[in-house]
Design a protein around this ligand. Structure first.
Ligand code: PHE
Length: 498
């Protein structure tokens, strides 16, 4: 039971976990509701005709915006984590992030391209401030060595997928059947509910995430904080300047150009980060070896998400244009496919948790890189089955819903081999004083994956679908083979971490 001296870690009021976990569970559930609800209709809204309330973008442009937006959202988690560490603490960052998200979704409800792009920018900042930091607070609910930590994260992962599951049902229905913009409104209302809940039940979090991380040296903390505030100011200033220059026509920035530039930017950031982690003598030899292992997992993870996150881009278009969605004389919204995958997660996550444990007992549990390789095989199969499906759809025919359902099922098997495993591998491989930063690197791999998924979406109408889907499958299989060859050396580099 909770006691006054140690209100958080002795607390067992939420399924044996601290009551604060419920606060964070529902905050993240509503945040993901808002994110996935919005994402379910984003590309469909952009590619729909203006007369029907869409934006009238072609597939290439819509794919670029989709890739740019989803990649920036996760890239900003790096910035959001840093702001929380240095300036605000996680709790205030999450609150601010939630407010930005509500404002962003409501901007999307308003007509006009300025509101559309402005809304996306607010959503990028908001999610960046919220998503990573809410997970960090989860970690702070438990003392070091508390055996409940891993299962706490599994419960939290359920919250993520519960939000992702409900959202497309509501937002796609409202968006596709009534009005696109109202669909974004529903996403905004969800985040608002989550935010009210977060504020009202914030008291259960004790002092987790209340203050920025300190070094113990007051003067150093103060100067780091001032530098960070200056850094944020400069960053925002540059963004504002670019926006003004673009709005007044002084520079011409096409979305496609920005999106292409970001791809190179992401690679440059990754190269710089790993160059530093692997070659700088500021780290011990063991830390540098582990960073090399993180790099292997990082590349595999980016390529995994590149196929997985096409759920919102190319697969969403395939659902809309080439899948027969008639049930009992009614055509269900294309975005409804977006809840298939989270349902599989909710059902299969406990099965996987049991499976790893059972294999562990027999001493046959695969290592993390081996699980990643298996995950990539599932990801490849998910796209391989779409090759015959898309061949059947050539010429405008519509295929049965089972194809995409099968794809999402296989993708989930892959996700469960890779995503939770990756999260925990990052926490174990990270040098002690760089835990938050390494978590940010994990989000960076997701960011690159999302960017690639957008690129694949922009090829949707310029490349024959069997070729597009077949290439994605071939890429995944090839990565799996290379990774399988690297399992042994990578495990060695991990020096003792399973
Ligand atoms: N379904 C996961 C989520 O929404 C996907 C994801 C994995 C996103 C890793 C970011 C990082 O949280």
């Amino acid at each position: 039971m909770a006691n006054d001296a140690d209100p958080v870690s002795a607390d067992t009021r939420f399924f044996g976990h601290p009551r604060g976990l419920a606060t964070l569970f529902f905050t993240e559930m509503w945040e993901r509701f808002s994110y996935y609800g919005m994402r379910a209709i984003l590309i469909l809204f952009m590619t729909d005709q203006i007369a029907k309330g869409g934006l009238g973008f072609n597939d290439a442009k819509a794919g670029s915006v989709y890739g740019l937006y989803t990649a920036m959202v996760y890239l900003m988690c790096l910035g959001g984590g840093w702001v929380a560490d240095r300036i605000t603490g996680q709790r205030r960052a999450v609150l601010a992030g939630g407010l930005f998200i509500v404002a962003g979704e409501f901007c999307l409800v308003a007509p006009g391209l300025a509101f559309f792009y402005g809304g996306l920018v607010l959503l990028i900042f908001g999610t960046g401030l919220l998503k990573g930091n809410v997970s960090t607070i989860v970690g702070q609910l438990y003392r070091k060595g508390d055996p409940r930590r891993d299962s706490g994260f599994s419960i939290f992962y359920m919250g993520i997928n519960l939000g992702a599951l409900i959202a497309p049902i509501l937002c796609s229905y409202v968006g596709e059947k009534i009005n696109w913009r109202l669909g974004f409104g529903v996403a905004g209302i969800g985040m608002l509910v989550g935010l009210v809940q977060y504020v009202l039940s914030g008291k259960y979090l004790g002092d987790a995430g209340l203050r920025p991380a300190g070094t113990g040296d007051v003067d150093l903390d103060r100067s780091q904080r001032q530098n960070a505030i200056r850094g944020v100011g400069i960053g925002l200033g540059v963004c504002a300047l670019l926006a003004v220059l673009a709005a007044t026509g002084a520079i011409s920035l096409s979305v496609t150009a920005i999106s292409d530039g970001l791809g190179w930017g992401l690679l440059a950031i990754a190269a710089a980060v790993f160059g530093w982690m692997i070659f700088s003598h500021g780290w011990t030899l063991e830390e540098r070896k582990r960073s090399a292992a993180i790099l292997v997992l990082f590349i595999a993870s980016a390529l995994f998400w590149a196929s997985f996150e096409q759920a919102g881009s190319s697969l969403n278009l395939f659902a809309e244009r080439s899948t027969d969605r008639m049930v009992l004389g009614w055509e269900f919204p294309a975005g409804w496919f977006q809840f298939v995958q989270p349902i599989f997660v909710v059902v299969l996550a406990p099965v996987f948790a049991w499976l790893w444990l059972a294999l562990n007992r027999r001493k046959t549990e695969p290592s993390s890189p081996a699980k990643f390789a298996i995950g990539l095989v599932w990801a490849g199969l998910a796209f391989a089955i779409l090759v015959p499906a898309s061949k059947m759809a050539v010429g405008g025919a519509q295929v049965a819903i089972w194809w995409l359902t099968g794809t999402y099922f296989l993708q989930t098997l892959g996700e469960l081999c890779l995503s939770p495993v990756g999260l925990s591998a990052m926490t174990k491989l990270a040098p002690e004083r760089a835990g938050g930063f390494v978590m940010g690197i994990w989000f960076l791999s997701t960011s690159i994956g999302n960017w690639l998924a957008g690129k694949a979406g922009s090829l949707y109408s310029s490349m024959p679908l069997p070729t597009l889907f077949g290439s994605v499958a071939a890429f995944s299989f090839a990565t799996a083979v290379v990774l399988a060859l690297l399992i042994k050396p990578t495990v060695k580099l991990m020096s003792g971490v399973k």
